[in-house]
Structure formats: structure tokens, C-alpha cells
Design a protein around this ligand. Sequence first.
Ligand SMILES: Nc1ncnc2c1ncn2[C@@H]1O[C@H](COP(=O)(O)OP(=O)(O)OP(=O)(O)O)[C@@H](O)[C@H]1O
Ligand SMILES: [Mg+2]
Length: 445
Amino acid sequence: MVAEEPAAKEERGGPLRLGDPSSAVRLADAPVDDVARLQTGIGEFDRVLGGGLVEGGVVLLGGEPGAGKSTLVLQAADRLSRAGHVVVYVSAEESAHQVRLRANRLGISGDGVLLVTDNGLPGAFARARTTGAACVVIDSIQAVTCPDVDAAPGSILQARECTALAVAVAKSTGIAVLITGHVTKEGNLAGPKTLEHMVDTVLYFEGEYRHAYRVVRATKNRFGSTDEIGVFEMRDGGLEEVANPSALCLSDRKEPLAGCAVVAGIQGSRPLLVEVQALVASSQYGAPRRVVSGVEAQRLALALAVLERRTGLGVSANDVFVSAAGGMRLSEPAADLGISVAVASATTGKIVPLGWCMIGEVALTGEVRPVAHLRQRVAEAARMGFTRVMVPAHNLGAHGLRDEGSIEVVPVETIARAMALCLREGNGGAVAPPLAGSATGAVNP
Ligand SMILES: Nc1ncnc2c1ncn2[C@@H]1O[C@H](COP(=O)(O)OP(=O)(O)OP(=O)(O)O)[C@@H](O)[C@H]1O
Ligand SMILES: [Mg+2]
């Protein structure tokens, strides 16, 4: 049924120049076709894009120098060209020779990739149109220019104008555009930050680049979820997909160590087990330090306050260091229980036995609150060979979850109860002695 045209109202106001009134279409009449995707065939990259590049979509891939931006876009260009698409690769900061060297190292013949090393962007797009390109790669937005714009390459004005041109060309021709951009640690060098609102999708390389592992995360996506991550390993032959990321975030130690606990988290649509490591040391200065890596400082502060007030564990006067293994980021509340247990273990010198893993949000009351996707998390823990999983007791009714295969499900109501159940005296040398002043005996389930 077609809705009736709203009755025309008498024009209000004086003679205003407002443009053509016919440019509006009914929302119901707007095209509803699914977006056409160009899959790169690099599973982890397609996943974080929401299923592949979108025709006419513009993607910005940000990251610090050396993160692997050029490597990933060259690998994607190669895969697309091998699937029969024409790809124009604008290499504005590296010469043809340098790109060829990288291609050789990555085992890319480069047959189907048209390389443009001139930094004038309009010329590159003209080339893309005449060759019927499906995708244009711009490496990087800080090095290309629009000659009409009177500003240096890398300036905010130039980067913004070039991005605007890319968006305009993409929308009018259906060419997918993949742009790389540098960010400093502060993220402010004519950086992707100022361009984020203009493009459809923003991806970032996150984590520690001294590790071999690279995580690509979507921070904005008009065509997909922003929860997904792509996990890669940087090798001599380029970025390789990591099919089983849980394996890289767990240790393979044979003896349990104080301060370690495993969290069964969810990243996007995928469960991921991550080891949390905590270290609690006597503070040398007036104000105790809280140093985090991969864990939110705010959540740690809450966990420490809850531990202190609800279990009597004395941590507030000590320095506390907490990190998530494998360069992962644990930002979901369901990681609270594992983080709290790791800190409690580090403080008391007691260990969590190997084979345990933790799921649960910890409330300010000290209660363990239910979390989403419990079954998926438990299944991943079982798949990775864990034997006991601690879950919020309140979750069990809703999920009807029992022991699953080889894994025992241990319901807990409070953080104090969780500590009483899983913290054990360790075996001698492998365990740090409890810190003086920590109230190890005060845990009262
Ligand atoms: N043999 C090699 N030669 C050069 N780089 C290598 C080699 N093997 C692995 N790499 C990795 O490739 C990374 C460089 O990747 P790439 O050039 O794609 O990064 P980028 O994000 O484009 O950097 P930039 O911001 O400088 O353009 C290095 O940090 C290194 O980890
Ligand atoms: Mg580069």
C-alpha cells in the first residue's frame, strides 16, 4: 500500500532559496537490496568488515607506524585481483620498487594489481574508472593530494579533501575504497580521528606491535558489527590469519602460578579465552600505582574496591599491575570475576588450579551477576580442554546449563564464595608468598 502524500501546507516564510524539493524519496520506496560485498577471502579481515568490503563503501584502516597496514591492504588487493577484480593500488609513500619488494616477500605476483605511485588522487580515480576497477587502495591518506587544494600533503585540510573525494567517487561509481592512515600514540597527527565521521567503516590495528600478533578491530561500521575482531600473526610472509585465537591468549605452563586466572570472554560473535595476569607489590610511593594493559583501569578500580570491602582482602595500599595475555582487550563486564580472582590470587599467594576458568560480572555488592552468551563461553572452555568453569549462579536457571561433556560447571553467587572455591595453597617455589598486610584469612563465603 502506498502512503498518501502528506497534504501540502501553505509555504511558510518569505522567498527563501531552498533548492529542489523533489530530491526527497519516501523511505518505503528507497532501495532495499542487500549491500553487495567484495570478499577479500582473508577470513579474519572479511569478518571484521562485516562480511567483506562493500561496493561503494569507504574503509579507513588506522594504525601506528609498522603495524602492518600496507601489508594487509596489499594482501587484500592481491586476493581481490586473483578473484578477477581490477584493483588500483595508490602507493603514495613508497616507490614502485618498495611495493614490489614487499609483494615478493609476501609471495604476491601482483599481476592483477595496477600500481599508481603518483600522489595525485584525482588521476588515480580517473585511472580506476577507465579500467573498471572494483577497488581502490590508498596507502596512505597522509601522503596523497588533491592538486586543487592549497595545502601540504599530510595536513588535516588535504587529508579531509582527499577523503571527501574518495567518498564522492565511491558513492557515485560503486568502487570500494580502502584507505590507510597513520596515528600517533595520541591519535592526533592529521589522523584518521578527524576523518572517521566521513567514511563508512573505521578499523584499527590495536595492541602491542612488538608482539607477533595483530588484532584489527572495527570502531565504526555502517555495514556490520563493531564487536568483531580480526586476529593475525605477523610473519615474514605477511599477516596470517589466526584461526584459534584462544590458543594464543593462554599459557601452556604445567604448574599453576599465583596471580593468573583465565577468563572466557566473547569478542564479537566469537568466544575467546584469555589469561589475566596480576601482580601486587608493596607500594614504594605515597599513592599506590594501578597499571593495566588490555584491561580497563576503571573496571580494575571497581574490582579492587569490591575485593577490599566485600571480602576483606587488603589491596588498596599496594601497587597493582594487571594485563591480558596476547595483547587482547578485555573490556566486557563478564571478565570481572577472572580479573578479581587473579588479583586475589596475586595478593594472597594462593593459586587457581590449572583447568579452571571464570565467567561473571561482579557487582558493587560483591554478587556475581549473570552474563550473556554463557553457553558459547562454556563450550569454548570445554573445547580448549578446561575442566571446571565458574559461572554466575543466576545464569543457570535461564540457560538450564549443566556439566557439559568433560567440563564441570561451578555456580557461584558472590566473589567471596568464588575465592573460597578456587584459591588453593600453591606448591612451594612456584608461588609468591602472601604480601604482608593482606588479609588472607578474611575471605568469608
Ligand atoms: N622481512 C621483513 N621486512 C620488513 N618488515 C617485516 C619483515 N618481516 C616482517 N615484517 C613486519 O612488517 C611490518 C611492517 O609492515 P607494514 O609496512 O605493512 O606496516 P605499516 O603499518 O604500513 O607501516 P607504515 O606506517 O610505516 O607505513 C614490520 O613492523 C614488521 O613487523
Ligand atoms: Mg605502510
